[in-house]
Ligand binder design. Structure first.
Ligand SMILES: [Zn+2]
Length: 283
């Protein structure tokens, strides 16, 4: 909760905090706000460690935060229901799954089948987790909504015989078009990475007009350049082959893009970015 007059920036400075912990989008917004005030975070605050959790940390956001704060950035991977699921390798930044405490599975393409996550099989899938350490309680399988891929360990972390994971992005929430095409937030992020050089966050809203879908996207980035919105519109149409087909078939009437500064990024009550929202009235 934000208390007037007691912003996080004020409290951080007042108490000489050396560690800040928040979701990455939240920290990017704070950083952009400080920069917009004409200040440099590293010169203004004593913070030397940033701990991020709750959202995927894209490489560009990591570089942006590390550079602006001159701080070490540590990414935690876990969920409220499970606590920490992995530790981060400080060399390759992949996540090493704590497989002594959890049983990990991967949902296969049609979501009807799951397979144990094999440490040496580099396949992608949605992660499913079962907690093994709570003795005397039923085993519960959690579908966390994260698309992941198993990686090879780097030279620094290979001695830890734990599965090494790359978090691709969120598959929940998704939006569904009238022809059944699904669009995931990680597809949007991947398409935007090709068109934007710096850190960014994106919000997609799906609305409906005369039975056809309209995709409205607000991209929050460090600097808004001229002509950027038209360029992003083009790239976003290629976010997935299915979306490109839906555009050609007229299921999607239009894609609109608006760019804003990262400092204007709206967050939900948990301090996270709402990446996709579906406002279609009837389907
Ligand atoms: Zn590593």
């Amino acid at each position: 909760m934000q208390v007037p007059g007691f912003s996080r920036g004020y409290l951080t400075q007042r108490h000489h905090a050396t560690v800040l912990m928040a979701a990455p989008g939240n920290l990017c917004r704070l950083t952009a706000t400080i920069v917009r005030q004409g200040k440099q975070p590293a010169a203004t605050y004593a913070v030397r460690t940033l701990i991020v959790s709750g959202e995927k940390l894209p490489t560009r956001q990591r570089s942006y935060l590390a550079s602006a704060w001159q701080a070490t950035v540590i990414s935690l991977y876990g969920a409220a229901e499970t606590d920490s699921l992995a530790i981060e390798c400080r060399q390759c930044h992949a996540h090493k799954l704590l497989s002594d405490y959890f049983f990990f599975e991967r949902l296969c393409g049609d979501e009807a089948q799951s397979l144990p996550l094999h440490p040496r099989t580099a396949l992608s899938g949605e992660l499913v987790v079962t907690i093994l350490y709570r003795q005397g309680t039923p085993l519960i399988r959690y579908r966390l909504g994260d698309m992941v891929r198993v990686l090879s360990a780097c030279d620094f972390c290979h001695h830890l015989s734990l599965p090494t994971l790359h978090i691709i992005g969120r598959v929940i929430p998704s939006v569904t078009l009238s022809d059944g095409t699904k669009l995931y937030s990680y597809q949007v992020e991947r398409a935007l990475e090709r068109a934007i050089s710096g850190p960014f966050c994106c919000q997609v809203t799906l609305t409906q007009e005369h039975g056809r879908a309209r995709l409205h996207r607000v991209v929050f980035c460090e600097q808004v350049e001229s002509g950027q919105e038209a360029r992003l519109q083009e790239y976003l149409g290629e976010a997935s082959l299915d979306l490109a087909d839906a555009l050609r078939a007229g299921v999607v009437a239009s894609i609109e893009v608006v760019c804003k500064n990262l400092a204007a990024l709206p967050l939900n009550q948990s301090g996270k970015v709402v990446t996709l929202s579906d406002h279609q009235t009837d389907r």
